[in-house]
Design a protein around this ligand. Structure first.
Ligand SMILES: Cc1cc2nc3c(=O)[nH]c(=O)nc-3n(C[C@H](O)[C@H](O)[C@H](O)COP(=O)(O)OP(=O)(O)OC[C@H]3O[C@@H](n4cnc5c(N)ncnc54)[C@H](O)[C@@H]3O)c2cc1C
Ligand code: SF4
Length: 567
């Protein structure tokens, strides 16, 4: 097999899939590396369509297995249904400070977390791109909404995002397929809430599910979403966006793509004569032997922490603290979203109504705090949105019941009341102290220096959690819900929202940032980092759509520059 390519992409998740698609479609011969095993669309979804009784543990995992192998991953949606798409912490450990913990949730296999993500897709706006400049936290983004807007259009059109047009300047509309429906209880909450708060909205989530597939999507073998809501097991309909369903088949049909799995990106090779990256060193995950690939462009898309780990490990005489790290900020400004506080309540009535199917989507209440209007907070900067939804109580509502016998059984055969719940997703400020580094004395089983993370929320985020709860209670009461209650989870640490970002941030100035406005390393012109590492601030929207748009834009720029002989 040849070891020379036009471009090498490291990581095949949401960002890497896009890099592979865009670069191959522009005619480049691309090598796509992933540290995990190969996952073939449809064939390698072993639990797809299975009923609980067809799985040995009925969809659950034993406490023994969870404690032994999944100390971190078990804290989220890990189950018997999808455990093959999560790493075992026992095999992939990392180090964290006891008092500054960060949950690192990962999937190492072809397609990465594109197979298990929640598919919520929201654009950032100039409120977000200007936030660092306006309040002085973090470095100014070198781009604005107008730079990314056409690329949002581009990726939405291809990926297929369902959603409603709302005309909000701080949550721009996009190229949407028809929105999914709100159920009757959600419509009730929406109507009452919007009447009580004319400046706030409750909308259906914008989700990467096909509701009206385009011709191109169907040509790639994708079909309309069937509302089975078993997406995390993989979907043979290709109805949700993943690397397997969308970007990889698009790249493969160009005949320009070579995929090599079980290849752990170890470091980027730097050539001091050309001052460029000349390739990537990898470790074979099975044999643990090293080898090298050469490329004219290198795209790091191994997820924020993964790409930064590779960069920090790429040392040379020129870059003794990691490639393109003259500024020394590589690994710093780690962010996630503030998560795990919210409110809920009982929606009165509608007992004769039910819903059809298992809609893989929920509701969204876009940010309303600190928009420059009446809803300013003097307790925190930036803002948050709520994700939620309404459903009817099932049999598990009797878990805490003291009733027994026939009456109880009869009652549980009927659906319970309608309940609406919502959880805040808030913006975490970029702070230098929140960082990851690598520990050269502490190697993993493949000889890679282990990641060491030290990260904590500041007072700003803690105050935001309180507001998520209190504003939620106030809004749901005003919307006419009963038995309204609010909550903040006991053990809130960063990483739990699985939106890690910021460790190789973009900026104007090479002295305090790693990348320029095209995700290009200031100091190594043919090195691009297009995953969450590049984010200069977190905003409060789910970030993956922005990684897609940044990646497509960077690929376009890189190829233009390459063809012009500038890199
Ligand atoms: C349960 C869940 C729900 C989520 N919901 C949402 C949501 O609703 N909306 C949203 O925007 N985001 C969501 N996310 C986050 C989203 O999954 C990530 O933002 C996104 O996948 C990041 O894309 P990525 O390509 O940077 O990383 P990933 O998708 O994680 O892909 C990284 C790839 O790089 C590979 N890799 C890592 N290190 C190396 C190395 N050294 N060498 C070679 N390969 C390497 C990995 O194996 C992996 O395949 C969710 C995540 C999870 C887990
Ligand atoms: S809900 Fe839609 S995307 Fe999810 S598994 Fe079903 S058909 Fe696939």
């Amino acid at each position: 097999m040849t070891t020379e390519f036009d471009a090498i992409v490291v990581g095949s998740g949401i960002s890497g899939g896009w890099a592979a698609k865009e670069l191959t479609e522009k005619g480049l011969k691309v090598l796509l590396l992933d540290r995990g095993r190969h996952v073939k669309h449809s064939e390698d979804y072993p639990t797809e369509g299975k009923a609980p009784w067809e799985m040995p543990m009925r969809g659950r995992l034993s406490k023994e297995t969870l404690d032994k192998d999944y100390e971190i991953q078990k804290q989220t949606w890990l189950s018997e249904e999808n455990k093959h798409f999560w790493v075992k912490d026992s095999e992939h450990p990392y180090v964290q400070d006891n008092d500054k913990r960060f949950n690192w949730h990962r999937g190492y296999h072809l397609g990465g977390r594109s197979l298990i993500w929640g598919k919520q897709c929201y654009r950032l706006s100039d409120l977000d791109f200007e936030a660092n400049k306006n309040d002085g936290h973090g470095s100014d983004w070198p781009i604005r909404y107008k730079d990314l807007s056409p690329w949002y259009d581009h990726v939405e059109r291809f990926a297929g995002i369902s959603g409603s047009m709302e005309g909000l300047s701080h949550l721009p509309d996009g190229v949407f397929q028809p929105p999914m429906d709100l159920n009757c209880a959600e419509k009730f909450v929406k109507a009452n809430l919007e009447e009580a708060y004319p400046d706030r909205k409750l909308i259906i989530g914008r989700a990467a599910h096909l509701t009206e597939p385009t011709e191109e999507q169907m040509e790639l073998g994708r079909g309309q979403c069937q509302s089975r809501n078993q997406c995390g097991r993989g979907c043979s309909f290709g109805a949700y966006f993943s690397s397997q369903s969308a970007t990889l088949p698009a790249a493969q049909r160009t005949n320009n793509l070579t995929i090599v799995t079980d290849a752990i990106g170890h470091s980027v090779i730097y050539d001091p004569k050309t001052k460029k990256a000349s390739g990537v060193r990898v470790i074979d995950a099975n044999t643990k032997q090293g080898r090298e690939y050469r490329g004219k462009l290198v795209f790091l898309c191994a997820s924020a922490i993964g790409s930064t780990q590779i960069m920090l490990n790429s040392v040379s005489e020129t870059f003794q603290n990691g490639i393109a790290n003259g500024s020394g900020v590589l690994g710093h400004y780690l962010m996630d979203h503030v998560f795990r506080a919210g409110a809920g309540g009982r929606v009165p009535g509608f007992l004769e109504k039910y819903y059809v199917g298992r809609r893989p989507n929920g509701t969204y209440i876009p940010r309303f705090r600190n928009l420059g209007s009446d809803d300013q907070s003097d307790k925190f900067l930036r803002g948050y949105g709520y994700q939620g939804g309404a459903g009817r109580g099932g049999w598990s509502r009797a878990n805490d019941s003291t009733e027994v016998g026939v009456d109880l059984k009869n009652k549980l055969q009927q659906p319970g009341d309608w309940w609406y719940g919502m959880t805040g997703f808030g913006e975490m400020l970029p702070r230098y102290e929140n960082h990851m580094r690598i520990d050269r004395k502490n190697l993993d089983q493949w000889g890679m220096p282990m990641v060491h993370i030290s990260c904590e929320f500041s007072e700003n985020e803690r105050n935001m959690l309180v507001d998520m709860r209190d504003a939620g209670i106030e809004m749901l009461k005003a919307a006419g819900l009963k038995e309204v209650h609010g909550w903040i989870a006991d053990d809130v640490v960063p990483g739990q929202c699985i939106h890690e970002m910021g460790t190789a941030r973009m900026g104007h100035d090479p002295k305090d940032s790693i990348l320029n406005g095209f995700n290009q390393a200031h100091e190594v012109s043919n090195l691009f980092v297009t995953d969450g590492a590049s984010m200069a601030s977190a905003a409060c929207q789910n970030p993956s759509l922005t990684y897609m748009a940044l990646t497509a834009r960077a690929a376009d720029y890189a190829v233009t520059q390459l063809k012009a002989g500038k890199i």
